[in-house]
Design a binder for this molecule. Structure first.
Ligand SMILES: C[S@@+](CC[C@H](N)C(=O)[O-])C[C@H]1O[C@@H](n2cnc3c(N)ncnc32)[C@H](O)[C@@H]1O
Length: 216
């Protein structure tokens, strides 16, 4: 039997907003479309994909990993399980950095531990003349960040692998940066929160540097 949009949402076992986001993702439309088409039938393939995602969500997987995107600073960023999901509160860091970057100056910025590229790409969008170097120890994270830069058409960020400052190539003509930003891992290794909620699915190296959490 074909299920309608309303029936699938009701049978998902999820809170309404999660169910709507996942079904909108599956049918390639908006949540508003779902509301206006509550009686529309889903194809068997759409229903199967939706209930598979709903099960993973019930098991705790973050919505952003299920849909592969997360909005940050108005930018739609690709996210995979190789990067931490950008947090809304990190936008405060972007605001603080922007306050130190004149809109018309070709300043130089360093983003240490860039993950999905969230901070670097937000700064690149807001300050086109700025040249940004964004580093991460994870090659897999750098691939996601680079894909985000290309998808957003932001070419004033150079992504490079480095272990904090080790491995960074500083040009002799330009050895310093005007602004250095970082949202480093800072949770203590034994913190119980690492085993709870979304954190269970995020890369451990993006959350804790080990020990008391302060070594990064
Ligand atoms: C808390 S996440 C922040 C990601 C991103 N900047 C954001 O705010 O969404 C910390 C990032 O630091 C990176 N990282 C961890 N250890 C590192 C190291 N030794 N050198 C460089 N980056 C490191 C992780 O791979 C991760 O991407």
């Amino acid at each position: 039997m074909m299920l309608t949009v309303a029936q699938a949402l009701a049978q998902s076992g999820l809170v309404p907003v999660d169910a709507q986001v996942l079904l909108a993702y599956v049918v390639g439309n908006t949540r508003a479309w779902l509301t206006a088409h509550a009686d529309e039938s889903l194809t068997p393939n759409e229903a199967a994909r939706f209930f598979s995602l709903a099960r993973r969500r019930r098991d705790g997987e973050p919505i952003a990993y299920l849909t592969g995107v997360r909005e940050f600073w108005g930018l739609s960023l690709l996210v995979t399980q190789n990067v931490m999901i950008p947090r809304p509160e990190t936008e405060t860091l972007v605001e603080r950095a922007l306050a130190r970057l004149a809109p018309d100056r070709a300043s130089h910025v360093l983003d240490l531990g860039t993950g999905s590229g969230a901070i670097a790409l937000a700064l690149a969008r807001e300050r086109p003349p700025v040249q940004i170097v964004a580093t991460d120890v994870s090659e897999a994270a750098l691939r996601v960040a680079d894909a985000n830069a290309r998808r957003l058409g932001l070419y004033n960020v150079r992504f490079t692998r480095a272990d904090w400052y080790d491995g960074m190539e500083l040009s002799p003509e330009r050895p310093a940066f005007d602004v250095i930003v970082s949202n480093p891992p800072y949770i203590a290794a034994g913190d119980r929160h690492l085993g709870e909620g979304d954190l269970r699915f995020e890369p451990m190296a993006s959350l804790t540097p080990g020990g008391d959490g302060l070594s990064a």
